[in-house]
Design a protein around this ligand. Sequence first.
Ligand code: SAM
Length: 656
Amino acid sequence: MKIYHLLEKQLQKEPNFVTDNNELKKWVIIDRARNYDEELLDLLLSEKELKAHFFVEVKGTFVFKQEQFIQFLEQKNYLNNSYTQFKNKVGLTIDGKFLKQRNEVALVWPFKDCILEGGQSREEDKREEIFFNEVLAQDEITQLLEPKVLTNAKRFNKEGEQAFNQFNRNEEGTITDNLIIKGNNLLALHSLKEEFAGKVKLIYIDPPFNTGNDSFKYNDNFNHSTWLSFMRNRLEISKVLLKKEGLLFINIDDIEEAYLKVLCDEIFSRENFVNVIAVKSSTPSGTKTAHKERTIIKQKDLILVYKNGGTLNLTPQYVKRESWDTHYSLFLTRKNENYQLTKLIDKIKSIEELKNIVKLDDVNINDRKFKEFYLKNADSICRLQSHKNKDAETISREMKDTVYEHFVEGVSKGLYYNGQVKTPLSQGIKKVYSNQKYNFDLGMLLCDFWSDIDFQNTQNEGGVSFPTAKKPETLIARIINLSTREKDIVLDFHLGSGTTTAVAHKMNRQYIGIEQLNYGENDSVVRLQNVINGEQSGVSKALNWQGGGEFVYLELKKYNQAFIEQIEEAKTTEELLQVWEVMKEKSFLNYNVDIQKQDAHLEEFKSLNLTEQKQHLCELLDKNQLYVNRSALEDEAFACSEEEKKVTMDFYQLKK
Ligand SMILES: C[S@@+](CC[C@H](N)C(=O)[O-])C[C@H]1O[C@@H](n2cnc3c(N)ncnc32)[C@H](O)[C@@H]1O
């Protein structure tokens, strides 16, 4: 029994492993054991006997006896001192486990165990890519996910574009510069791993929703599976980058939400699911309503929220009340040492401009004079509520129709009236966002339904246009306010027009934005320069944004990716053949490509249509060499410049 008690005591140290009654959540722990969870292994290793029981030492390394540990938890017979392989019941088993015991649900799909680079060159391009199997293609995956060489570094500030000198770092040696990284997001995230693992407070992403009409365009029959693999690969590395107290917000819609939820449950675990927020993102009008007889019109987006195992510490947000809460119907006055309660409506009617108001339902909460009145008298306007203080209640009931102040050891514990406590209106005065400003006003706690954000007038926010998919700055500001403090690190790896970074910049958060496509004059880099120059759209006015600050721009150094882009841009066969000539000389081709054979079949190649020709050339390229690996920094074949060496070595803190 001893070992079980020891185990129980040790595992109870982790709040996520126990129920409210302090009982072990066996299936959560088993799930963690299956995934070699660091937290669990750490707890087991730090207790001598548990370490001896559940690990075997091989040449100084402790190897987890996973099967034995899981069996122990699953099959422990708590009533006597032994544990048995077989329960005293008859039932069906799979892998030695009773069906009832296997209460885990797993979402499976084709290629689930694969890594998909998931690149894009232009939004409208259809892609065909290799899935690397995690077990069979370990070498390829290791190479693919190795940190990359950085290039084209620049610093942007009020004086415009500056030559990059070096990164700023804090006392712990972590980079404190804001970063905009151009390149494939999976590879960029893996390049950030060493520098930022466990340091990011908020990840907000707005990925393609996989609606069939968005930018997720894959040339296969497995579009849904491809999307799930694409998301899984990115969410797994997101988890590594997040702080323990960090939060992940994923903007999505109904098409993939349910699948994404199950996927996130698997990666972050069910107990770390925080909520799903419904955001009203459009109004039913125009062409949207054309098929109203045949469908229910979509009016909302969803935001899935997950934590990373730590305790939540949110800053509650409030929205402005639109009507008077008629529970607030009393007005407290003080005469000498005595308090008196009178009707609020009488007080209101005594104001010349408001004398026609008959009942509280009639007041216009936005009336200037009324607002002036309630903000000035917020401590006197009040309501009565029930409470748990039995002493105060008894005394106050006995003192019928009299305001009673309850003291405990000389400290006032509030005013009571006929057994109820007085709650002043001032408790409901909050910082709220309305009319493009943050004001102190009557607030209502914001929960998981956000219906007050204007999605219609965001087209020109930040001075860039991103017609289909830009998110309102107020939405991002709310998420940042809710989940972060100043200087916390905010990450968005589907940056698009740069909304997340623009708002983070205005709110004095450190940020990292990643995007593969260059949106030219509507790019996030242009937007952030506008922000530095003090542009006044979005949340600027509300935050009294005056401009300033800086960011560093970086790119992942392309190798074969540059050829892919040339192939995709080519308009004729002649152009493609020119690219092929350079490819023969300079690109990295798949190991089984025979250049002479390719050249011998040029006529056959020419007989293909342009799309097929492009596809063929792309297939010849080694997909592992799309970007230059950090380990190839000194390799002459990749011709890294002195500048590239400098920024790469500085970023990864490499020594010469
Ligand atoms: C909906 S937009 C994000 C818009 C952003 N929230 C804003 O306010 O501007 C989706 C982003 O995902 C990117 N994206 C689409 N398909 C991708 C892929 N296969 N790999 C990486 N990023 C992709 C797009 O380039 C786009 O920037």
